[in-house]
Write a new protein. Structure first.
Length: 146
């Protein structure tokens, strides 16, 4: 099992700016629409199901159809839990250049709910509510066309 490299929000932005990494936000479509890192794409790793949140059965299919296995990808979520799962899945699925942004959008929290590391939004890094071509619906359409 490959270990996932975990990086800070600032390191994630630097990789995006300097090395051409794509930020893949694995939160839900609603979370993504409410605000996300600028230029981020959305491929949820969990979706609402009959019994609450459940794994998105299309996650690996969409990722594999949209991104080549050597794509440079930063994976992020709300606090770092879903993104760790997604990064591990991608590495196990043959992706070779995946890092995980450990503090997510809201920040990492301890067992008592206190923020232990600020996330992307609290750091004042660039955010937006719409990324042209980056929504899950847009990316899924690309898989159907490809």
């Amino acid at each position: 099992m490959q270990s996932v490299t975990r990086i800070s929000p600032e390191e994630a932005k630097k990789l995006m700016d300097d090395e051409g990494y794509t930020y893949v936000d694995v939160r839900t479509e609603a979370e993504y629409a409410a605000g996300h890192p600028a230029r981020a794409h959305n491929v949820p790793v969990m979706v609402a199901g009959g019994r609450g949140m459940e794994p998105n059965a299309d996650f690996m299919n969409v990722m594999s159809a949209v991104y080549p296995k050597d794509a440079k990808i930063v994976v992020g979520c709300k606090s770092g839990n879903r993104s760790m799962r997604a990064a591990q899945m991608l590495l196990e699925g043959g992706f070779t250049s995946v890092v995980e942004q450990r503090a997510g959008w809201d920040g990492s929290r301890n067992a008592f709910g206190a923020v232990t590391e600020q996330g992307w939004s609290a750091k004042g890094l660039p955010t937006e509510t719409e990324t042209p071509g980056g929504s899950y619906a847009d990316l899924k359409r690309r898989t159907a066309a490809g």
